[in-house]
Design a binder for this molecule. Structure first.
Ligand code: 5GP
Ligand code: ZN
Length: 118
């Protein structure tokens, strides 16, 4: 899709620090990491989000890439968190299907924080 930053990375038009790839997905490090390890698993095909009629084979490939990324990044046994932000309340900022794999440091208990008054 024109103007989509992740489509541009998939097409090789802008660089990214690639972790692994296959015919359906590409995984690369987040440009603004929020954990010592912060890797994105991105579908090659453009879909706005996980609710956007994503073929089962692609959903499966995204999920299947999670432990492979964790292994590649050396956090398989220390543990990691997997996040998919969808829509405004989740603060999704890139509207191309992707999944975050984060780890490398012990996280605090509690999974989310909320904006004041919302
Ligand atoms: P979202 O908030 O949509 O779930 O996550 C989008 C993520 O993409 C953010 O963590 C952001 O730092 C990352 N990101 C945005 N633009 C780029 C880019 O050009 N390259 C890489 N590697 N990551 C990006
Ligand atoms: Zn896209």
């Amino acid at each position: 899709m024109d103007g989509c930053i992740f489509c541009m990375i998939v097409r090789g038009e802008i660089p990214a620090k690639k972790v692994l790839e296959d015919d359906l997905i590409i995984a690369f490090d987040d440009i603004a990491p929020q954990a010592p390890v912060h890797t994105l698993i991105v579908s090659r095909e453009h879909h706005a989000h996980i609710g956007d009629d994503v073929p089962e084979v692609l959903r499966s490939a995204m999920m299947g890439a999670v432990p492979r990324v964790a292994e590649a990044k050396g956090i398989a046994s220390s543990g990691y968190r997997t996040i998919i932000n969808t829509g405004p309340d989740a603060q999704q900022s890139v509207h191309h299907l992707h999944l975050h794999v984060m780890g490398g440091r012990r996280m605090a208990a509690g999974m989310v924080s909320f904006e004041e008054g919302r």
